[in-house]
Design a protein around this ligand. Structure first.
Ligand code: HEM
Length: 452
């Protein structure tokens, strides 16, 4: 708590009695976060009885995430998420988190990720081949399906039958929306009410847990089968010091965490990227030209150096339309930030959406300009560009996500141009992540597209 004699940070506009800023954060989070880009240090928002502070300056973010990370823990929202994710990487801390991270790291090593590249490229190309010229597609839904198909294929390889796939596909969106509502509920009571929505959520959670347990049991019962997937890596992982492996419960929690953390983020990122390509035909043309010239040898997502423009398009989409929601930390001791003093227990939010639109570091921030990432441009300071977070909780799936997004964009944009539909209003919505809603686009042939 700041003391009366000390200056207090500004409070974001639009605070309402009792619920504070919870309503705009739930209803129009992206618009609300956009208003916070006007603050250059930090600003208070009220999502519960005590204020939470949104950090808008890269140096403050870097101190909390990296330099002084020992003074901060994950906050209240992560505790609420444990009901859904158990003790997976995203919701655990301290020595347990470190041990899990060590066990899981090999499964996400870029050499291991390269083994998934062919699967990703094949599934993305099959999806692209299923579209027809002139077809109207809901790009966000397509990217969700595709991203879930890619994550499940690389997590579980051949182990998924149609029933399990359907269970996971149906349960995931309900669980993701439920998680976000739970995190923002300032009363902490909403999830206990016997509403139809909460009953649907409970059923979806049961189905998801059941599907994961079934996959683990089946694989444990057939240890000799040679699956080169993430599930096998997790089941076989052993701590190099103690030789300990993960229990089934830990594997379960990590798998649910990976499904949740890995599906919507990449899907939202891809959907926004196609939206920007549609809005920026010159960028789309330049990307297509690069993909065509790389087509002499098929695009190899595991070698992003071969597709430098696509890499810049990806970096720019992750800047301007970052799909990650918000990250939160709680001070575990007295801390000073931005000239203000805060008591232990104070919570801080950082959102890439606020940081990445700071005109000081990204001139003309709402312009989609992949060339701002050319190597000869001034690099942005530490903490200004954090699409995958930073510090000891840095996204373990970064290489995976980059590979996946590269494979999907290469497969789709080399074959089709996705064109915006006049009059359709695309808007951002936040579930646990930032996704475009109402993103209907028309499938148009490239000049080299095979007749379809
Ligand atoms: C564009 C896609 C993605 C974005 C923008 C993204 C963003 C992030 C961010 C910002 C964090 C840090 C959260 C924090 O500090 O509290 C994070 C953590 C995490 N991400 Fe991602 N992510 C993406 C894709 C993925 C994928 C594909 C996977 C897995 C297949 C994944 C798995 C995880 C996990 C397990 C954590 C927790 C890491 C830890 O706390 O040690 N993410 N992600």
């Amino acid at each position: 708590m700041t003391t009366a004699s000390r200056p207090t940070p500004p409070v974001a506009p639009g605070r309402m009695p009792v619920i504070g800023h919870a309503y705009p954060m739930w209803r129009r989070p992206l618009e609300f976060l956009d208003t916070l880009t006007a603050y250059d240090r930090l600003v208070a928002v009220h999502l519960g009885p005590k204020p939470t502070y949104v950090l808008a300056a890269p140096d403050l973010v870097n101190r909390v995430m990296v330099a002084d990370a020992a003074n901060y823990a994950k906050g209240r929202s992560f505790e609420k998420l444990q009901d859904y994710l158990g003790q997976g990487l995203a919701t655990s801390e301290g020595s347990f988190h470190l041990r899990q991270r060590r066990l899981m790291q090999p499964a996400f090593h870029h050499r291991q990720i390269a083994l998934y590249a062919d699967t990703m490229t094949r599934i993305a190309a099959e999806r692209a081949a299923s579209w027809r010229v002139g077809q109207l597609i809901d790009v966000t839904r397509e990217m969700h399906d595709l991203s879930l198909a890619l994550v499940t294929a690389t997590l579980f390889s051949t182990a998924l039958d149609d029933g399990l796939t359907a269970d996971i596909h149906q349960a995931m969106p309900i669980v993701l929306r439920g998680m976000y509502t739970r995190v923002l509920d300032p009363t902490g009571l909403w999830h206990r009410l016997p509403t139809p929505g909460n009953r649907r959520l409970a059923t979806a959670q049961r189905r998801l847990r059941g599907a994961i347990d079934h996959l683990i049991r089946t694989r444990r019962d057939n240890p000799q089968s040679d699956h080169r997937d993430l599930l096998s890596m997790l089941l076989d992982a052993q701590d190099s010091d103690s030789g300990e492996a993960m229990t089934d419960q830990q594997v379960h929690d990590e798998l649910i965490t990976l499904l949740v953390a890995g599906t919507e983020t990449a899907a939202g990122g891809l959907a926004w990227l196609f939206h920007e390509l549609g809005e920026n035909p010159s960028v789309d043309r330049q990307l297509h030209a690069e993909l065509r010239s790389a087509a002499a040898e098929p695009p190899a997502p595991q070698d992003p150096g071969r597709l430098p423009y696509l890499r810049r398009v990806l970096d720019e989409a992750l800047r301007m339309r970052n799909p990650g929601g918000m990250t939160i930390r709680r001070a575990t001791t007295d801390v000073e930030l931005g000239g203000y003093h805060f008591a232990p227990g104070t919570e801080f939010i950082f959102s890439a959406l606020v940081l990445h639109r700071n005109p000081h570091y990204f001139p003309d921030p709402t312009r989609f300009d992949p060339d701002r990432w050319l190597p000869d441009r001034t690099p942005v300071p530490r903490g200004a560009y954090i699409p995958f977070g930073a510090g000891n909780h840095l996204c373990i799936g970064e290489s995976y996500a980059r590979m996946e997004m590269t494979a999907v964009v290469a497969a789709i944009a080399s074959r089709w141009r996705l064109e915006p539909v006049p009059g359709v209003q695309v808007r951002g919505v936040m579930t646990s992540t930032n996704n475009p809603a109402n993103l209907l686009m028309r499938v148009r042939a490239r000049e080299n597209t095979p007749a379809a």
